[in-house]
Design a protein around this ligand. Structure first.
Ligand code: GLA
Length: 508
């Protein structure tokens, strides 16, 4: 209003018109603000175990801006968003580019399109919450002995990145067969890991059962084992997994025994709803509880902590019996997400070593949203980082390029190098960055990434590789050929978002 009065040359009619318009806008924004600010609840979807997954959305509108909290049975996240007229969009912190949900204010309800389905949310009382079970204090800290597993980063396959909730017994069996026929198993990809959505409700004795998608977990483990592979499973220290299925909260020992009885070889243990019960400074004892439970079964089970890097797990992961721990949010099949996860490995790099690894999340190679050059960079970076190599694609139907990337044994050898050192980024220069990983034979693996949009000539200089001796030779691990490094440098053209990956030998 102040600015209108300062505008001395505008006509009285214009002022009246403008005042009416602003009043109308204020009334409609205010009406929408009153309607959308508050708590909303509804059933997001029916889980594969028959349970309804409830959602509670708390929103506050200020002008066109929305802030709030979104809660399902399995997780809670802050959200923000925008509102225009009766339409609104909600953005989750892990993906600012794509709305998590879009919706309309329709009468007294919100109609929300979320994750491929439509949900009707009705107004809920301000004190309405998803019920939380009673608090169980975590155990006092103690060191869980090393289980002797994962001397090199675990390799295998995981269902989540591509299949998400569309995973079942038949698909896992076909994947296991394909791991053998494609040569993945023989290249070292041993673990076949079932991620979230396999769980059903507990039976009368509190035993966690698989839902209808997995009729007989023991028989599935036998099938996988008969093919020289190992079977992994997924749970949460919280009452619910991130997909809202029952977690192991208060049943840690019982669940560890169930997993061991089925013949499970690998457990991914995902923080999810534990975040609504415990604080981040309790991550260690909470994970320790399952570490102790797994140890008590006497079965060798790789223990994979999944906590998105919360609470610096690299500092205490080995003490809870952990063999690997997530260092980042979930990866997406996008160049920027993959590179951002790689860039977040710096602080944790010194903590990687045989038996315990930093996990920048599973591979997206072959899932279709990066170029093959970008997937070669993904594979190279994960190998330089001594990261777990868990393929996340449909290994039953791989293009030749995807096969060649996942099955590049010379690159796999960098990942599986027995020294177990994690690469660090040693240089950044405009559109290139250089990563260096020391190897057990005294040589190094060096990767130079072309971050630019154009192909680029890149030179690697022996003097910049911190070699213990002089460079006695080098091999280009994507071209699969020895390269002339005798004059102390090597130059190659590297495509946009591609990588030059060399293994350089050192001698006297
Ligand atoms: C979290 C994890 C993912 C996946 C899903 C399953 O988001 O970080 O890797 O396990 O939960 O719900």
């Amino acid at each position: 209003m102040k600015r209108v009065h300062e505008d001395s040359h505008v006509s009285r009619a214009f002022l009246v018109q403008r005042a009416v318009l602003m009043a109308t806008l204020a009334i409609s924004t205010c009406a929408f603000a009153q309607a959308v600010t508050g708590k909303w609840t509804g059933v997001e979807r029916t889980l594969d175990d028959g349970e309804p997954d409830r959602v509670v959305l708390q929103l506050t509108q200020s002008g066109t801006q929305l802030t709030g909290v979104l809660e399902t049975l399995g997780f809670e996240t802050s959200i923000k968003g925008t509102a225009e007229g009766s339409h609104f969009e909600l953005i989750a912190p892990w993906d600012e580019k794509k709305p998590l949900a879009t919706g309309e204010l329709a009468g007294k309800d919100l109609h929300v399109a979320w994750d491929g389905h439509n949900v009707v949310l009705t107004p809920a009382p301000a004190d309405y919450n998803i019920p939380k079970p009673a608090y169980i204090a975590p155990p006092p800290l103690k060191k869980v002995p090393y289980n002797g597993l994962a001397k090199t980063p675990p390799m295998g396959w995981n269902s989540w990145n591509l299949f998400a909730e569309k995973i079942n017994d038949a698909t896992v069996r076909e994947i296991a067969d394909a791991m053998v026929s494609s040569g993945m198993r023989d290249a070292g990809y041993i673990y076949v890991n079932i991620d979230d959505t396999w769980e059903s409700v507990r039976d009368a004795h509190g035993n966690l059962r698989p839902n209808h998608k997995f009729p007989d977990m023991k028989a599935l483990a036998d099938y996988v084992h008969a093919r020289g592979l190992k079977l992994g499973i997924y749970s949460s220290p919280g009452p619910r997994t991130c997909g809202s299925y029952p977690g192991s909260y208060g049943h840690e020992k019982q669940d560890a025994e169930t997993f061991a009885a089925w013949g499970i070889d690998y457990l991914k243990y995902d923080w999810c709803s534990a975040g609504g019960i415990y604080k981040n400074d309790q991550l260690q004892p909470v994970y320790q509880k399952m570490g102790e439970a797994l140890e008590a079964t006497g079965r060798p089970i790789v223990f994979s902590l999944c906590e998105y890097g919360l609470g610096d797990p690299w500092k205490w992961g080995p003490d809870v019996g952990g063999n690997l721990w997530r260092t980042t949010d979930d990866i997406r099949d996008e160049w920027s997400s993959m590179m951002s996860n790689a860039h977040r490995q710096m602080a944790s790099a010194p903590y990687a070593g045989p038996g315990h690894w930093n996990d920048p999340d599973m591979l997206e190679i072959g899932n279709g949203h990066m170029t093959d050059d970008e997937y070669r960079t993904h594979m190279s970076l994960w190998s330089l980082l001594a990261a777990p190599l868990l393929a996340g694609n449909d290994v039953r139907h791989m293009s030749q390029a995807t096969r060649d990337i996942l099955l590049n044994r010379e690159v796999i050898a960098i990942d599986q190098d027995p020294l177990g050192k994690q690469a660090t980024r040693v240089a950044q220069d405009g559109d290139t960055e250089t990563w260096l990983k020391p190897l057990a034979d005294g040589g190094v693996a060096v990767g130079v990434i072309n971050l630019g949009q154009q192909s680029k000539s890149i030179t690697v200089k022996a003097a910049e590789l911190n070699l213990p001796g002089r460079a006695t030779g080098a091999r280009d691990l994507w071209a699969h050929r020895d390269v002339n490094f005798t004059d102390g440098e090597y130059t190659a053209d590297v495509p946009a978002h591609g990588i030059l990956l060399l293994r350089v030998r050192s001698g006297s």
